[in-house]
Design a protein around this ligand. Sequence first.
Ligand code: ZN
Length: 395
Amino acid sequence: MMNRRQFFSTAAGAAALVRLPDAFAAAKYDLIVKGGRVIDPSRKLDAIRDVAIADGRIAAVAANIRADAAETIDAGGKLVVPGLIDIHTHAARVKGGPELCLADGVTGWIDAGSQGADRIGETIAIAKSAPQQGRVLINIGRAGILPEGDTMDLSHADVAAAREAIGRNRDMIAGVKARLSRDVAGANDFEVLKRAQEAASAYKLPVMIHMGQTVSPLPKLIALLKPGDVVTHMFAPPPNSIIDDSGHILPEVMAARRRGVWFDLGNGRAGHLRWDIADSVLKAGFLPDTFSTDWTPEGRAAGVIDFENVMSKFLMLGMSLDQVIACATSTASRTFPVFRDRGTLKVGAPADVAVLELREGTFEFVDNFENKRTGRQRLFPSATVLAGKRVATRA
Ligand SMILES: [Zn+2]
């Protein structure tokens, strides 16, 4: 009796290879996510499919994969999408933050300016020990987020200190954050943004601005943005919204998008999102590129709750399911290089997968001004796979 290897080494064995029964020929997968509605905007796919995973990567996406697997997730009746990417969080502000985000299906995040040069090491330590991909933006205000305003004292916007910190942490600092609202930067907003660009340009990094309620007019600030920069809090109400009183997107905002500036939601809790502004902006056809939660532990309890809740607000506002998923996956993956191979379920990609439940019912959503609206659909996290392994989902 020949063993398997000897059999295949013979001519007869090679010939027989094509006729081997399924069970013998089948590849063995580590995990199969079975029978879900796979929505992968990166490939314009929306169909019932199985997703097979081996060695931490997507191995196959097909109908009725019949091979055996060590573990199976039954995704019948659910959505199967790439792992969610949240490009504006404060996950690295608190120990355990990344784990809480992961429990909501977030397999990649950016901490957007929780710390500046003085204490950037604290956020970097949390990012490095996070289970999923996490990077930080360094606040141009060297003391980070301050209750009295990060750069109200202009000396806090210290280019040399920021550059030095980036130089020491090239692998973990993905960009520079400039928070520009009146209560954060006062009349310094334009100078603060100029300094943020100076710090970033030395390393060819993007700048993310926190817009809305600024002293300077938005067109003056937006003129300083280069391709790849990010505008967060895009639905902020006046003064200095992206839209004027007659419902037209500012020409400078349109021009910024054309030159490759990203426009991001940044849900947050106060001051950033107002339903009537979102209505007008979407009606003008200016859709967000990315969704982000502006996640904090406090937001987790009210206002934000989870990434799925934030996504669901935009289903309510009339965006399609496909558009909403794209904002949280494929488009988000293009904003920072760390996510370039993510946000997709194509074969060979790292196996980060979010299984979501789209429930029908009556759901109350709140903007940042205590205005409540009722939606008829709400996404919920159901199961999360990170690098091919199932992780616990928020109960
Ligand atoms: Zn923020």
